[in-house]
Design a protein around this ligand. Structure first.
Ligand code: IMP
Length: 427
């Protein structure tokens, strides 16, 4: 298949980076289409960890083109820092392409993200404070600065001349914060522009041309379905569209060109930041999941909230993104559990629900309906074929597929590339 979307089915941190890196071995291009440096994708190759925030997870293959699409909000300092870090580890970054239409994260976006969170006090969203929401707000407000503006020194200065006084007024009058300095921003950002310019192009024509000549493209979602601005647990969401539909607007590739959608499902569930999480385990089970899974944020280092797999959420992700196959990750983290639970339905006032409630008040009241599975209690990280998995692990996976209505494509039993069991050749 030549156009494959990888999307997170839960609240992010499902292990998309590992799956994209694994599939990227056979891809010509890997594309980020939404989000920004709020993402934290970890890829492990030969025991060495690479933490990626803006660079697509195909970066570790010398022949794979990596594209940052128009739907991404680009923090120039972060992407350059990441490129430098990769280069210093011998990774070639020369094939990176950055959309001239992507919006630029500015210093006031990061500042306002942080100040807003402080103002919200106990109602905070728990953002990554990377300026993601404020940058998308400016895009919609038509006062954003795009990469094509950034690399045009005059255009950049002229846009900033209009925008910065507006931002400074807000900083001073609303937040009681000192204004930002025009010249300092122009100086800092023209340095970035100079370095980024060789990588900037029209990624829309590039991607469509690649597909037209039969190249294989992976679209790498960041964050996940339950953090989608429309479909997630609003307002505890990110400001973009991580579902497969995000590819159309975030990469300029039409929906009918997508051949396959893979939903990445962590074998249990985690969430960072605030907001409802019906299967959360605020107890010893949750602590054990966090400990065994080393569940701490890649970007923020925050301990992640942990709980049992919520198959209702995965089924919902399947509907929204048209998921063809699941890539189940981190199954090995459950190796030492005597008992494993899976939420297969929600009950509200004794009645089974058929949908995910939009109202957070109602979602907070639902009672997860659990099925209990016996743990397999043996290490599975060295297993390389589905048949060799313990029958109790297969029972868990097969029930997951049954409840969600999505076929099993990949099962990951460890962070390394070879710790991957393939049931369906995807690309
Ligand atoms: P923002 O994307 O920084 O605006 O944060 C909004 C919400 O999305 C917060 O709850 C974040 O913790 C969450 N979030 C953003 N990016 C990620 C991610 O890559 N993984 C998990 N959660 C994320």
């Amino acid at each position: 298949m030549s156009a494959v979307v990888i999307t997170g089915t839960q609240w992010g941190d499902e292990g998309k980076g590992k799956i994209v890196d694994y599939l990227a071995a056979r891809a010509d291009v890997v594309v980020r289409f939404q989000g920004g440096s709020n993402a934290g994708h970890t890829v492990t190759v030969n025991g060495e960890e690479y933490k990626l925030r803006l660079l697509p997870s195909g970066i570790l293959y010398p022949k794979t083109k990596c594209v940052i699409g128009n739907g991404v909000v680009l923090d120039p300092a972060v992407v350059l820092e990441e490129m430098d870090a990769m280069s210093s580890r011998g990774i070639d970054v020369s094939s990176i392409k950055i959309s001239n239409r992507a919006h630029v994260v500015m210093p006031y976006h990061k500042l306002i993200d942080e100040l807003n969170e402080n103002l919200r006090a106990e109602n905070k969203i728990g953002t990554t404070k990377r300026g993601i929401g404020p940058c998308y707000i400016d895009k919609d407000d038509r006062i954003g600065i795009r990469v094509c503006d950034l690399i045009d020194r005059e255009e950049f200065a002229s846009k900033l001349k209009t925008i910065l006084p507006m931002k400074n007024l807000i900083l001073e009058k609303v937040y009681n914060h000192a204004p930002l300095d025009f010249d300092a921003i122009v100086d800092e950002y023209s340095g970035y522009a100079q370095r980024l310019e060789p990588y900037v192009c029209d990624t829309i024509s590039l991607l469509n041309d690649q597909l037209d000549c039969g190249k294989k493209i992976l679209f790498e979602g960041a964050q996940a379905t339950m953090l989608d601005i429309d479909y997630g647990t609003y307002p505890y969401v990110t400001a973009s569209h991580p579902i497969s539909g995000g590819v159309g607007v975030g990469a300029g590739v039409a929906p009918k060109k997508i051949d396959c959608v893979v939903g990445v499902v962590k074998a249990y569930c985690t969430r960072v930041g605030e907001g409802p999480f019906p299967t959360e385990q605020l107890n010893a089970i949750g602590d054990k999941l966090r400990e065994c899974g080393h569940e701490f944020g890649t970007v923020t280092g925050r301990p992640r909230r942990t709980g049992w797999l919520d198959a209702c959420v995965v089924r919902y992700a399947g509907q929204l993104s048209g998921i063809d196959y699941m890539a189940v990750t981190r199954l090995d983290i459950l190796d030492s559990f005597d008992e494993i639970k899976m939420c297969v339905g929600y009950k509200l006032d004794g009645r089974l629900l058929n949908e995910i409630p939009a109202s957070l008040k109602i979602l907070a009241r639902v009672e997860p309906v659990y099925e209990t599975f016996e743990g397999w209690r043996e290490p599975i990280s060295d297993i390389r074929s589905y048949d060799e998995l313990p029958s109790k692990a297969k029972k868990y996976l097969e029930r997951m597929s049954e409840v969600t209505g999505i076929g099993l494509g990949i099962v990951s039993v460890g962070p390394n590339r070879d710790q991957t069991i393939v049931l369906k050749e995807i690309i």
